[in-house]
Design a protein around this ligand. Structure first.
Ligand SMILES: Cc1cc2nc3c(=O)[nH]c(=O)nc-3n(C[C@H](O)[C@H](O)[C@H](O)COP(=O)(O)O)c2cc1C
Ligand SMILES: C=C(O[C@@H]1CC(C(=O)O)=C[C@@H](OP(=O)(O)O)[C@H]1O)C(=O)O
Length: 388
């Protein structure tokens, strides 16, 4: 199971191809649109989200509400493209046309300068168009297919915000995915703690007023996954490693933690490891979940709890110093229309990239071309684990 995305931020469309989903799995445009629309919400986003209404056009791999087993092709149109046709068209243009929005002053923290040095583009629009987190809409489309698959396998997943600009939410580890979903969906910052959420909104408003930006911490919680998914036998089969890579690859993410994460460095082993216990009804389970659902690159059967740190948005309305790559003079960096905080949207992106890695690991462990056979294999495995 793999996916590819293509498309520029202000180009015609984003394209996603997901390969490896078994045939006969129920899948609708509504499953994907629900995720896309959730990604667009959140206090702190800029004007672009008022222009776009992300809706998927499934262009292959699904018929009459079921997957065919062939690649699933999905398109999300950029409504903003109509404002950029002369700048983003694929055909050659007169030189004075593209000069109007030529970007020559790289923004510290964005991909502009390194991308220009690497690809040799002297108009850094050619970099920012693809390095933009607009691409995360395409990733969410892929993740929504994975999320649908997991849901049909009894595995539920939700992403929410734990912290913005140093304001921390009270963690609520005992809530189920359903409860966490209900609360976070009702919060403009996707936070489970209403009081902290209000303070986060104030901090976002202040940052916007100051022409500045702020970051935060997102958490993803996965429930219903049996023990033993992933593997310890090779570095690239460790599921926690794959999830960490996927989370770190989200634009502006700078770190990943499972369970108590970096706090483990400051504690004794007796305060970190999760004691093993057993019951007739549930088989083995843990008294705590400080390791976030992983041992040896494999799931423990406890919920997966993973956090990702998002840095503040690089584009600042009060820009930092930069150098114009044509004149080599000191300037303030370019200002592109921008979000002041995208942590709530990023929580939805994180939820979907984690979903993809979990679904991929399950399919590797139970390879089936027909979805009902995958369901039966996982049910049987759950029973084996329970009775072990
Ligand atoms: C949902 C989301 C929205 C973002 N919006 C913006 C934005 O409006 N302006 C901006 O400069 N960066 C934004 N970013 C962050 C940049 O895309 C990111 O910092 C850039 O691609 C450089 O990559 P890096 O930060 O991972 O090194 C956003 C990121 C996410 C996940
Ligand atoms: C378009 C999206 O996010 C964009 C991500 C982004 C960036 O630099 O990463 C910059 C902004 O683009 P624009 O200048 O067109 O407003 C955001 O709006 C989106 O999330 O769909």
């Amino acid at each position: 199971m793999r996916y590819l995305t293509a498309g520029e931020s202000h180009g015609k469309q984003l394209t996603t191809i997901v390969e490896g989903i078994p045939a006969l799995m129920p899948l609708t445009t509504e499953n994907i649109n629900h995720s896309l629309l959730r990604r667009q919400k959140g206090h702190g986003r800029g004007k672009r989200m008022q222009i776009e209404k992300d809706l998927v056009d499934i262009a292959g791999g699904v018929r009459h509400g079921y997957t065919l087993g062939s690649p699933i092709a999905m398109v999300v149109h950029n409504d903003d493209f109509k404002h950029w046709i002369d700048i983003m068209g694929e055909d050659p243009v007169e030189s004075d046309v593209d000069i109007r929005r030529k970007v020559t002053r790289p923004r510290p923290g964005h991909a502009d300068l390194n991308g220009a040095l690497k690809y040799g583009h002297r108009d850094m629009r050619n970099i920012l168009e693809r390095s933009s987190a607009r691409e995360t809409a395409a990733r969410v489309a892929a993740g929504a297919v994975a999320k649908t698959m997991l849901s049909h396998l009894g595995i539920e997943i939700i992403g929410y915000v734990n912290e913005i600009a140093g304001i921390k939410a009270d963690e609520k580890p005992d809530l189920s995915v359903t409860e966490k979903t209900e609360i976070s969906e009702a919060s403009p910052v996707r936070c489970l703690d209403e009081e902290a959420g209000q303070k986060m909104m104030d901090a976002i408003d202040q940052a916007k007023k100051d022409g500045d930006s702020i970051g935060g911490v997102c958490e993803v919680f996965v429930e219903g996954i049996p023990a033993g998914i992933g593997s310890y036998v090779h570095y690239d089969r460790k599921l926690d490693g794959r999830i960490a890579g996927a989370v770190q690859s989200i634009n502006a993410f700078k770190g990943v933690e499972f369970g108590i994460g970096f706090e483990a460095a400051r504690k004794n082993g007796s305060e970190v490891h999760d004691e093993i216990t057993w019951s007739e009804e549930n088989g083995y389970y843990r008294k705590s979940n400080r390791l976030g659902g992983f041992e040896g690159g494999m799931t423990t059967g406890m919920p997966i709890v993973v956090k990702g740190v998002m840095k503040p948005i690089p584009t600042l309305y009060k820009p930092l110093q930069s150098i114009d790559i044509d004149s080599k003079e000191v300037f303030n960096a370019s200002i592109e229309r921008s979000d002041s905080c995208a942590v709530p949207a990023a929580a939805v992106v994180m939820e979907h990239v984690v979903a993809f890695e979990v679904a991929k690991a399950i399919l590797e462990q139970f390879p089936h071309d027909q979805f009902p056979k995958l369901q039966a294999a996982l049910d049987q495995y759950r029973e084996e684990v329970r009775c072990f």
